[in-house]
Design a protein around this ligand. Structure first.
Ligand code: CU
Length: 206
């Protein structure tokens, strides 16, 4: 008995069942979740001389007097959150902790063309469309609702009440879109500290 072996190239008869997978096309829209693009373009149009020489070490320092801390907050430090950040962080991604009853000397810089500002509000108020007034006396740059472009301003305040606050931008709709970082005033803390992202908090000492 002879078996005739007839090889068949099966591959040639397999139907083309694979359909075009949806979603392979280039997305037409950017990722949602922000909802308020201001057109901030940190990479361009910055007045570099306003931030020349500044490093992360300048973000928190002990002041010259006892129980005084110097804080530097730069809007549009990076592209994070469309430039609506302080020192590169938004949405509470960085948190300053200040011992209660210390004096906080704040320098605010906005090197870019999109107006930003800075004031201290209660943390829960970051979610409100209507910007609250500064929680501590004097804890705001001038004209905090109008904001400042290409500029610098400073203020100081006494952190005389423990609680959870925020350094927030007072320009309309910025805070609710994430332009704020945390400020805890603590009755337990002995020295100021700064926590950024998932890193451990760093204390400032002489
Ligand atoms: Cu802002």
């Amino acid at each position: 008995m002879i078996i005739r072996f007839l090889p068949i190239a099966l591959a040639t008869v397999l139907p083309a069942i694979a359909q075009d997978a949806p979603g392979t096309a280039t997305p037409a829209k950017p990722v949602e979740g922000h909802g308020h693009a201001t057109g901030a373009a940190p990479a361009s149009g910055l007045k570099k001389e306003l931030i020349e020489g500044l490093t992360e070490k300048d973000f928190i320092k002990l002041g010259d007097k006892e129980k005084t801390v110097k804080i530097l907050l730069v809007a549009t430090w990076s592209d994070e959150n469309y430039g609506m950040n302080f020192n590169g962080f938004a949405k509470g991604g960085a948190v300053y902790t200040i011992p209660k009853d210390w004096t906080v000397e704040v320098t605010f810089i906005n090197p870019g063309p999109v107006p930003h500002s800075l004031l201290v509000i209660e943390k829960e108020n970051t979610k409100k469309i209507q910007m609250a007034e500064p929680y501590f006396e004097g804890a705001a740059v001038p004209k905090h609702l109008q904001g400042i472009s290409y500029g610098k301003a400073s203020f100081s305040f006494s952190a005389n009440e423990a609680g959870e606050y925020a350094f927030a931008c007072g320009f309309p709709a910025h805070s609710i879109n994430g332009h704020w970082i945390g400020l805890d005033v603590s009755a337990e803390a002995k020295v100021p500290r700064l926590k950024v992202g998932d890193k451990a908090a760093v204390e400032v000492a002489k």
